[in-house]
Design a protein around this ligand. Structure first.
Ligand code: SF4
Ligand code: SF4
Length: 327
């Protein structure tokens, strides 16, 4: 676990979203942890992948280097290092060799065209934000959801934060790929009320092709979660031409019925949406799915409903999307 110079443990947090309603019951505060061991090709949060603070650049917000250049002038690398521009707007500072991650460029930018992905936050700092909405949690049965990135990558800090929430009688949910050592997961579960996880593909080779890792450890940890009797919500991010075959859906249904029994309180089939492309651009990264686009909405919705009906044949409480009440 990372510790500040004052001895305070901290987590690296990409974002805090208030009033979320899809990741757990009621109204929630969602904390996004930075860093993830997977590289799902459909990921819509690329800023959550690296476990380092990063700069992201929104060229459309840049007021122009000929008028401003505060970013370049403040950079300790000097003003003569190459950068990428288009129509006088800053496109990339990554051309600068050995960026020191000092973030002076972001601090100096007057138009917030340069932002820092990842903020170091302690448990008391996060609890201050979380407790602001305590009345909403109480009225709606909501609480706090830790998401990412991958929560389990910062498991010690996550366990501390969840314990603080539980001590404050706040419902806790963890959304995780469960690609992590089982003992880390179990430590995090000590103060977790609900777990949300994905089954992205039942064929480990296809899983590896789409996410960078096989599915064995994930399925083992899902099984262990059920053995521990943790309320469990499973999601399938349904991506056309990737994991939406009837064969894969039935294999997932068989696994849930035969291995997880009645511990799954809801199975959500989540439709693929092409979002996050602008965030890839801010990081100077290519969008991994290129120009892939799903079939038109009516066709796609029909397909999703058909897959949901198949899941019901296995007596699984399956729903399309994540907006239906889960518990
Ligand atoms: S973060 Fe990198 S690009 Fe920005 S000022 Fe520091 S060294 Fe320069
Ligand atoms: S400091 Fe910001 S607004 Fe000014 S040139 Fe750099 S990116 Fe553009």
């Amino acid at each position: 676990m990372k510790i500040t110079e004052d001895g305070e443990p901290y987590g690296l947090i990409t974002n805090i979203q208030k009033y979320t309603i899809h990741d757990g019951p009621g109204i929630r505060t969602e904390i996004f942890f930075k860093g993830c061991p997977l590289r799902c090709i459909w990921c819509s949060n690329p800023e959550g992948q690296s476990y380092e603070q990063q700069i992201g650049i929104y060229p459309s917000k840049c007021i122009g280097l000929s008028k401003c250049s505060l970013c370049i002038n403040s950079c300790p690398r000097g003003t003569d290092t190459p950068i990428k521009t288009e129509d006088d707007r800053l496109l990339s500072l990554q051309e600068i060799p050995e960026c020191k991650n000092c973030f002076r460029c972001a601090e100096e930018c007057p138009s917030r065209a340069i932002m820092i992905w990842g903020k170091k936050m302690s448990v008391p700092e996060l609890m201050k934000v979380i407790l602001e909405d305590r009345n909403f949690y109480l009225k709606t049965g909501g609480g706090v959801t830790l998401s990412g990135g991958e929560v389990m990558l910062q498991w010690e800090f996550a366990a501390l934060l969840l314990k603080a929430c539980r001590d404050a009688s706040i419902h806790t949910c963890v959304e995780s790929s469960l690609y992590c050592p089982t003992e880390h997961m179990e430590k995090v579960y000590e103060a977790t009320d609900l777990v949300i996880t994905d089954i992205k593909h039942m064929d480990t080779e296809r899983h590896k092709e789409y996410t960078g890792v096989g599915n064995e450890l994930i399925l083992k940890n899902i099984k262990r979660t059920a053995e521990l009797k943790k309320p469990l919500v499973i999601r399938i991010p349904v991506v056309p031409d990737h994991n939406n075959s009837e064969k894969n859906i039935r294999a997932t249904g068989e696994f849930i019925r035969d291995v997880l029994g009645n511990h799954v309180i809801q199975l959500q089939l989540i439709p693929f949406r092409k979002i996050g492309t602008e965030k890839y651009a801010t990081l100077n990264l290519p969008y991994p799915m290129g120009d892939f686009s799903p079939p038109e909405r009516s066709v796609w919705e029909k397909n999703l409903l058909r897959l949901t009906e198949i899941m019901k044949e296995y007596n699984i409480p399956a729903v399309a999307g994540s907006s239906q009440k889960m518990c």
